[in-house]
Design a protein around this ligand. Structure first.
Ligand SMILES: [Zn+2]
Length: 118
């Protein structure tokens, strides 16, 4: 298992995650999460893509326009999630009517392996 942490201060930002083995077949359906709860996948610019509910340790960006959208934040106005430890912008939640995921910023976050407890 792994968690995603802030690259700047090491603050834990997510629940424990497993790498998603196969992309979900229904990822283009409106309102369906792009990745399943408890998993992550890597995006095309080496960032991480995860389910919004797995993002436990991040805070909302104070600029309210970053949360503009139709049914939820569209993510079109820039990163809307910050690290509570150092206030760095760490990613974008995109939960408008036609999508539902969090994409981290590639340079602001890193994956940390958790020692197995089994
Ligand atoms: Zn931080």
């Amino acid at each position: 298992m792994s968690i995603i942490v802030c690259a700047q201060c090491g603050h834990a930002l997510t629940a424990e995650l497993e790498k998603q083995k196969t992309p979900p077949a229904d990822r283009d359906l409106p309102g369906k999460p792009y990745v399943a709860l408890g998993t992550y996948t890597t995006g095309h610019n080496h960032n991480f893509v995860l389910h919004p509910e797995d993002l436990k340790g991040a805070e909302r960006h104070p600029e309210s326009r970053r949360w503009d959208g139709c049914c939820g934040p569209s993510g079109l106005d820039g990163p809307n999630l910050i690290c509570p430890g150092c206030q760095a912008e760490i990613g974008t939640q995109e939960s408008d009517c036609w999508k539902h995921f969090v994409a981290t910023l590639p340079d602001a976050t890193e994956m940390r392996e958790q020692p197995s407890t089994r």
